[in-house]
Write a protein that binds this ligand. Structure first.
Ligand code: SDX
Length: 428
């Protein structure tokens, strides 16, 4: 790799340093570009632009590799608990037994939410989308913990990290309970993280609720698979908001809003709705593959397919596809949309349009099929993604703050009107 890059602009040659990461990724450091050349770069969607250097997650889109702090997603999904992975992402190392127990205990004793948050929650309409409720209530948490934005207060970031990890599942289940007309459940501290979430989601005051270990294990794996993904749209949002020294609750709330979009985390809800439409339309997957290829006229997009970085199989999609078969078999669930999904995948992977654009199933393609088998409703799927992604957002926010990165403020090229004089209204 050359340690310098040369740029020739208006006949003059400029040199810029290059950097190489621990996984041999290369970058040209253009920090002095505008000052030395008068030029900036333009890169819509930041397809070629690195926003930061990070030690948290590595992914290789060509090889379909994903590692959290050097550990492969395959191993972590198989061998770790979600809180172990959360600890790894946030603090950089897998916890010892003592560290894990202390971390888990701190989370357990913060799972309750201030009762006044219920008054805010009660104001939402029954059909409010759970992502809108979640982002609003997470932002509202800053009002209950004002030291999170008081520059003069002693640093309480670690406690706010614990509060977010502990309270997000509790808040997330409220929307579902309200939509069912059921009373919300309080967390039960004797349960582990995933079992507690399932208890709060599905327990009813009229009968005992027993967590099915198959369901809890499947949820643990799904949350691990969603835990971080380097500089994706919602994580970049969390970093950008946090770079202005906004508090952690506002930064995470902004990440939840970005994740809601159907091109990002909202795709998992879109996938199931798309599969249901295909099923209702007779299951003719070839017809929908054709529609996706003519998106400009059909307006149809194959949700759960394609990725900005993965130009090979999303390793998470592979794991989730296998887990879907296992979980549905263990639960005795026969979901016809699983076969439709497999048929769609098969058709697309052999179609030149998808092959030439290197469009493969992504993390959202099969996840909804498992969530549905676990009894989680479609409009809660992106909330599940948010619960999984929370430790990644926190880790990236903490890294940005620890590294004292500057406020994010991109440049632009102005293409609007050139100077002109004001014209009085009666002369326009
Ligand atoms: C996530 O960034 C992350 O890491 C995100 C994520 C994470 O963990 O944080 O992995 C989670 O968001 C996964 C992606 C979920 N979104 C979807 O499934 C929505 C459907 N996919 C797309 O809209 C699209 O693939 C994106 C948004 C994911 C990526 O878009 P890009 O990189 O901007 O690519 P593009 O839209 O420019 O597409 C390139 C070409 C285009 O065709 P041409 O203009 O060359 O003719 O591929 C086509 C697109 O039309 N294309 C698709 C397609 N996705 C891209 N055509 C049909 N169906 C699709 N799904």
């Amino acid at each position: 790799m050359s340690d310098k890059a040369q740029l020739i602009v208006e006949g003059k040659t400029y040199e810029f340093p290059t950097i190489e990461g621990t996984e041999k990724e290369k970058a040209i450091d253009i920090n002095t570009l505008r000052d030395t050349t008068g030029y900036i770069t333009i890169d819509s969607g930041y397809k070629n632009t690195g926003a930061t250097k990070s030690a948290i997650t590595f992914l290789d889109g060509e090889e379909g590799i994903l590692r959290y702090r050097g550990y492969s997603i395959e191993e972590l999904a198989e061998k770790a608990t979600f809180l172990e992975v959360a600890y790894l992402l946030i603090y950089g190392e897998l916890p010892t037994q003592a560290e894990y127990e202390a971390f888990e205990h701190k989370i357990r004793i913060h799972t309750m939410v201030n009762e006044d948050m219920r008054r805010i929650f009660d104001g939402f309409p029954v059909n409010a989308h759970p992502m809108g409720v979640l982002s609003s209530l997470v932002s509202a948490m800053s009002a209950f913990y004002p030291d999170s934005y008081d520059e003069k207060a002693p640093d309480s970031t670690e406690l706010h990290i614990i509060r977010l990890l502990a309270k997000l599942p509790t808040i997330a289940t409220w929307s579902f309970k309200k939509s069912q007309g059921h009373p919300v459940n309080y967390p039960k501290n004797e349960l582990d993280y995933c079992s507690n979430f399932l208890h709060m989601m599905f327990a009813l005051p009229v009968e005992d609720y027993k967590v099915d270990p198959v369901v809890s294990k499947a949820l643990n794996k799904l949350l691990i698979l969603h835990a971080d993904h380097e500089q994706n749209c919602s994580t970049s949002t969390v970093r950008l908001v946090g770079s202005s020294k906004a508090n952690i609750y506002s930064s995470i709330s902004a990440g939840i809003c970005a994740l809601w979009g159907p091109l990002h985390g909202g795709a998992n809800q879109e996938v199931i709705e798309m599969l249901e439409d295909i099923k209702a339309d007779g299951g003719d997957v070839a017809k929908y593959v054709d529609m996706a290829k003519n998106a400009k006229t059909s307006g149809f997009r194959l949700f759960g397919f394609g990725h900005r970085v993965y130009k090979n199989f999303d390793p998470r999609a592979k794991i989730i596809k296998k887990a879907a078969d296992d979980v549905l078999a263990k639960l005795g669930v026969n979901d016809p949309v699983l076969e439709i999904a497999k048929g769609l995948e098969e058709a697309a992977l052999h179609d030149p349009y998808f092959v030439s654009r290197r469009l493969y199933p992504n993390v959202d393609f099969y996840s909804g099929i498992i969530y549905r088998a676990l009894g989680i409703p479609t409009n809660m799927f992106t909330v599940m993604f948010a619960i999984g992604r929370l430790p990644g957002w926190i880790a990236q926010w903490k890294e940005m703050r620890t590294n004292k990165e500057p406020i994010g403020r991109p440049r632009q090229i102005y293409t609007g009107a050139t100077p002109r004089d004001f014209v009085p209204m009666n002369e326009r």
